[in-house]
Structures are given as structure tokens and as C-alpha cells.
Design a binder for this molecule. Sequence first.
Ligand code: S3P
Length: 178
Amino acid sequence: MTEPHKVILIGMMGAGKSTTARLLADRLGWRYLDSDDEVERRAGRPIPEIWRESGEAAFRAEETRVLADICSQPHPTVLSVGGGAVVDLENRALLRRAGLVVWLRADVSTLARRVGSGDGRPLLAGGPGPALTRLADDRAQIYAELADLVFDVDRLSPPEVAEQIAEAVRSSGSPARA
Ligand code: S3P
């Protein structure tokens, strides 16, 4: 029996994916990666700048390349995936094959509290509230269909969520879909 060698955290902006992924990687002794950080590192500029200078399509194309590269690597990895990556069908297929997919589900009020003014997130530039509501609505079914596990994070801190996922991974034996 083997553990899944990748855990992939999906969910909306503000769900706590990056913080939880870092904590989970520590607990499991695995590598931590964040698709947004990788896109920024490769582009040599922050996401709002990529968005402004090259457009969302260029950001999405780089995001897809980053996911494909990470998923092709054998290292045990906890991967935090930017909230909109799963809208793309091929990204979904890739993530599904790569390991255990975990949705951090949160109410829009929780998301809004956590993203604050929305700085650094171009899709929230017109005001976080309405955008979060619309995007959460549009994506809920996608997240639900893709996820092997779902955690409601409204009343859980990132360390609590990380611990619960770690327990699920340790006790999972073989990956749900490998
Ligand atoms: C996006 C989420 C962001 C980032 C980009 C677009 C989205 O990542 O990829 O601003 O479409 O939901 P986080 O979910 O890590 O904030």
C-alpha cells in the first residue's frame, strides 16, 4: 500500500490553500509548491503585471505549463493551485491523474474576509465581494466534481485543516485515483 505522492489543494481565492499546503507539506515531509509562485518565478514578474501587460490568456497558458511540469515530476509534493486553473478541462484531467485532490470549501463571507482588499488578485480589482460571489458560484460544481476530499474551512484554522488532511493521506493507503 502506498500513499498518494501528490496532494493538490483546490478552491477559491482566500480559502487558505497556500498556507494550508505549506503546513501540510511540513507535516508530511514533502515538497511544497504553489502554481502562482511558479508562474511568477518563471515570468520574473508578479501576477498583476503579467495580467496587465500580457493578459489573462497568457497567464492561463503559463499556469497550464507550470501544472504540467510539476505533475510530471516524481517528487512527493503538496501543490496549491490557483483558484481558476480548474476551469480548464485539460488542467482538471492532469490534476485528477496526479494525486489526491482536496477542495478547501469556504463561504463567500470567509473568502471576502481573508482576501481583504483583493490586492495582487486581478480578478478582484473591481471589488472583491461581487467577484467572489460570482466566481464561487460558477466554479462550485467544478471543484465538487474534481475533489476526492472536501474540507469546510469556515470554522477551521489552516493548522487544523492541514492536520486533518495529513491524517487522511496517512490513512488512505493507496491513492483514490492514481
Ligand atoms: C485566480 C486565483 C489566484 C491567481 C489569479 C487568478 C482565480 O490564485 O491564480 O489571480 O482565477 O481564481 P489564488 O487562488 O491562489 O488566490
